[in-house]
Write a protein that binds this ligand. Sequence first.
Ligand SMILES: [Zn+2]
Length: 492
Amino acid sequence: MTKSRNRNIALQLLSFAFLFSIAAMRCGAQENSPSPSPTPTPPLYSEKTLSELKQLQQAALKSDYAWKQTAYLSNNIGPRLTGSAQAQKSVEYVAAEMKALGLEVQLENLSVPHWVRGEETAALVEYPGMAEKTTQKIVLTALGGSVATPAEGLTAEVVVVRNFDELEALGRDKVAGRIVLFNYHYDKQMAAQSRAGEAYGQAVKYRGEAPSAAGKLGAVAALIRSVGSADYRLPHTGQTNYAKDVPKIPAGAVTAEDADLIAALAPQGTVRMRLTLTPQTHPDAVSYNVIGDLKGSEQPEQVIIVSGHLDSWDLGTGAIDDAAGVAVSMEVANLVKKLGLRPKRTIRVIAWMNEENGLVGGKTYAKNHENEIANHFAAREIDGGADHPGGINYGPKPEMKDFLEPVAKILQSSGAGVLDFSPNAGGADIGPLTKQGVPGFSPIQDNRTYFHYHHTAADTLDKVVPQELAENAAVVAVTIYALANLEKPLPR
Ligand SMILES: [Zn+2]
């Protein structure tokens, strides 16, 4: 808590200093210029808009609407894995809530993968020092998309590698017929320095590619060290991606503690594991993106997307990933309506389906709207939890900064005035749009504990702090409404 507050104050000071220096530079420039420009540049935001942005910010900080929606999605509906009955229920629920807000609601039809987790158990049945007729339990979970072991499980020797290079060095002789454990460490130090996304990016490569790398060399199963930061013996699930033309082998994630255990025993002698994973892949199912429009009063054809993903993994209740993102997006429409504001462009709230294991929602939307990309003024996704926001990530053009400074100035009063340029700003679902040049946004969030719970059984409502969720809603509502009323087009 103290650390977070200190960091927050530091961020505020930094960004004050920054805004001050920009203002000083501007004043200096004016004083030095020989003659004032003959035609004054029109303002980026009208006085009316600026005052409405402040109203929105204050209303967001006081509102509990996003909290109630997060709670309903996580507690009352629960885990929402694509293709499940709960995912369908969440579609119906969010569509009805958007209608209740007065939005024009459409369900966008999707054909989605339908994978269902089965039994998942493992035990060491041979290892140096083992007491006779015992086993040692290994805590693990199947990776999304994994194929199954035989129903009675498989038993094989375990080989441990730290990375792909070590696997290659072992070669087929030492890999074929065995279970490969990839003991690649998530970089906790990097995460503690607020670079959790980068730490995740490095380790998640193993979740995606390790099973096929091992399968290619004849392994019978692949396990990874869980991609995440906490130490509560929690396995982290997530999608794996089998390569074409490589045998598909069962794939799971063991906890960090169990990876350490096996890595400690393996150099001492033979370690054998019995592994049972019985997930099933059903035929594709029908599902939907939920799309709700708050029509613009002047340029209704121009659209600003504010979004989160409705599906979640099945181990927890998907509160931080990503009920919170959907709820904050709905909150934007709720606040604009409640305050009686009229956006000039259309604010489009989207609850995406299938972010976690296929991205069918994001891809289908981009395809269905391929002729309207130019009318997509901006897109935003909230998919990094609900911890304290520091400001706005934006991209793909650094020049967008000038357009966001008046917005950052307002957000600064709630400690969220930092502007961070990132060429790939946005989120997975809006990726197909931002890749085509649609300006992308996401909130900067404190992500130091996000990967403790990400894709685990502990992604539950208690991890969301109501006040911090409201702070996120304030950042998002102010940015979205500002974009909807911006007097000029954004650089793209
Ligand atoms: Zn997510």
